[in-house]
Design a binder for this molecule. Structure first.
Ligand code: HAM
Length: 428
């Protein structure tokens, strides 16, 4: 029987996991500079959380959730995204009462969506996301966008494009919704079946439908920015001003409505413009969701955030030919020949590791030559050779692999000597 990972999932093998670790560490470092703290929430939640949080009419809730009943008869769902869970945790743990406001959080982790897999579209996908709860200052919108852009730029990406839009406040959004229903109703029968039901349930989503993209009614559809009330307009102006102050380029895209129900005011997406990136170019998406905390049982609290797919980030790095500085060299490899030397080798390896030296040895019973080859393959900076003649003299031979220089070091000094060499950074 051959067992394979389920469709839409992948194994992240050790050579790739190094890149994941690098990217995650860099992003965590950046989050620290922006004063965001990590939050970890469960991977499954009550199904109702996503129905209410993400929205009953969204594709995610209607078609893409991994929902199951547990042995106690509860309906649970593997999280399709992180925002609803973070807001649930915020409400449940009364973080609205925390001294430091707004509460700025970030998270990493797998999300699950039953989508049609293709390059850049997984059923188990990994996101890095942030959520800021408790401030309706447009400077926070700009900060969140800046943080997303900074993560990409610090990792070396340059072919990026930021699109922003405003969906306005509740009132503006309702006015716009009515205008869209009026506009599309005469064309209802010409639209795809999804859009026919969107017309009643979620008319904004018609604007980002891939099937009906070229329908003439799309081009004449009313534009959201014409329906923003003064307050919403002013808010959007401020966000743009702050972005400009930071030197962040953007383009306003009035059809950017996002696929989740909770958004109002600022919505944004970051796309890769790198050649050869493939059909799916959205790297990250987010926006403001001022009604969500209340919807999930908390006090009226504004919120904003975004999430980026780590798989798509790594794809973009690859397409832009960016080599991550993942350390592939090994500090030291211990080469031992003979039974006594093996025992000494086990001891030296252990002691070096206690001194925080990265070190390995042969476990394949290779001959001396094979062990040297293994040390080369692993790009060891130093080898310690323990042969019978060395043991007799109570010494070991330390070789700097880049220069070929060798020194004999007394066995009782070997650990300190190599630790000093490696940690001192010099190989001579
Ligand atoms: P989203 O647009 O659904 O937003 O997902 C954000 C990002 O996750 C996407 O831009 C993409 O990079 C990645 N992603 C989504 N689905 C897949 C998939 N099937 N395969 C690979 N990558 C995928 C959210 O999830 C919101 N919670 C973002 C947010 C946070 N809004 C406010 N706060």
């Amino acid at each position: 029987m051959s067992m394979k990972a389920p469709r839409g999932t992948v194994d992240i093998l050790p050579k790739d996991a190094k890149k994941w670790q690098y990217v995650e560490n860099e992003i965590k470092r950046i989050c620290n500079h922006y004063c965001y703290e990590e939050i970890r929430t469960p991977i499954f939640e009550h199904t109702e959380l996503f129905q209410r949080g993400v929205g009953d009419t969204t594709d995610i809730v209607q078609k893409e959730m991994y929902t199951f009943e547990d042995r106690g008869g509860r309906s649970l769902t593997l999280r399709p995204e992180g925002t609803a869970s973070v807001v649930r945790a915020f409400v449940q743990n009364k973080l609205h009462g925390a001294v430091n406001q707004p509460v700025k959080m970030y998270y990493f982790g797998p999300m699950f969506r039953y989508e049609r897999p293709q390059q850049g579209r997984m059923r188990q996908l990994n996101q890095f996301g942030v959520e800021v709860l408790g401030s309706s200052d447009p400077a926070v919108d700009a900060e969140v966008i800046d943080l997303a852009m900074t993560c990409y730029q610090k990792l070396g990406l340059s072919s990026l494009k930021l699109f922003i839009n405003s969906l306005g406040d509740q009132e503006s959004r309702q006015d716009y919704r009515n205008a869209l229903v009026e506009h599309f109703t005469p064309h209802q029968s010409e639209l795809c079946s999804d859009c026919q039901s969107r017309l009643a349930q979620n008319p904004l989503r018609i604007l980002d439908c891939k099937t009906d993209r070229d329908h003439p009614a799309m081009k004449t559809a009313p534009a959201i920015l014409d329906y923003l009330n003064d307050e919403s307009k002013e808010y959007f102006e401020k966000v743009k001003e702050y972005l400009e102050a930071m030197g962040i380029d953007y383009e306003v895209d009035q059809n950017l409505v996002r696929g989740l129900d909770y958004y109002n005011h600022t919505a944004f997406e970051i796309m890769s413009e790198a050649e050869g990136f493939g059909a799916i170019t959205t790297l990250a998406g987010g926006g403001r969701y001022n009604g969500l905390v209340e919807e999930l049982g908390g006090p009226d609290t504004p919120g904003i955030g975004f999430a980026m797919g780590i798989e798509r980030l790594l794809m973009a790095l690859e397409v832009e030919n960016i080599e991550l500085p993942v350390n592939e060299a090994l500090d030291c490899f211990v080469i031992a020949q003979g039974e006594m030397a093996q025992k000494e080798g086990v001891k030296v390896v252990h002691q070096l590791r206690q001194q925080n030296v990265q070190v390995d040895k042969d476990y394949q019973q290779r001959k001396m030559k094979g062990q040297f080859k293994a040390a080369d393959r692993l790009k060891a900076k130093y080898t310690i050779v323990l042969g019978e003649s060395e043991l007799e003299k109570q010494v070991a031979n330390v070789k700097a692999m880049d220069t070929g220089d060798q020194v004999e070091v007394p066995l009782d000094k070997i650990v300190d000597y190599v630790a000093e060499k490696v940690q001192g950074g010099s190989q001579s």
